[in-house]
Design a protein. Sequence first.
Length: 231
Amino acid sequence: MSDKTPRWLPLESNPEAINKFAYALGVPKAWQFVDVYGLDQELLAFLPQPVVALLLLFPITSKYENYTTEEVTRIRSQGQIVSDDIYFMKQTIGNACGTVALIHAFGNNSEKVQLDNGYLKEFLKITAKMDAMERANYLENDNEITSAHEACAHEGQTQAPTANEEVNLHYVALVHKSGHIYELDGRKPFPINHGPSTPETFLTDAAEVCQAFMRRDPTEVNFSIIALSQA
């Protein structure tokens, strides 16, 4: 991103703060974000069900960037299945990855999560027919979501860095759509299809995608996962 790119304060991976943010945007309290404490089946079984999205926070390292370059090149060469029903947007605001991941989580679960009237429902309605870049540009000028994001950034358990401070942690959303699991990352040119999935196997399949991120950077420890589940 260039020096002229607008920048927000980064969001901490803190379910209490993220929930407050989501509820301020019009997410009903029948849904919540909760910590994922481990990816083995025993720990996943403790999560409230159903889980309809995971938000993964991870470090952007040279290994990750190299893998992403290879991944995008491979997909452009070989192609992939991407559902026409996927809601995907680019990220053009620095440190906005948490909000973009949240939008991706709810934008792809509209049949399960009935949003209350509010900023998020309005945003998704207005941007429904836009392409990924148009959605990103619209977010840049959305004062309500900008203000709610900033309030959430100050809700974390640690002191928020400044907007211009370099942050190497990044959020992506994992969702199920039309029989496949997708990684939605506004820094990438398109959704990443991680293979077949079902609503019933989504959590296990998404956990495997998260484990693949970790295996690619085994010396890194700054991984954090929150799940969107029914309360």
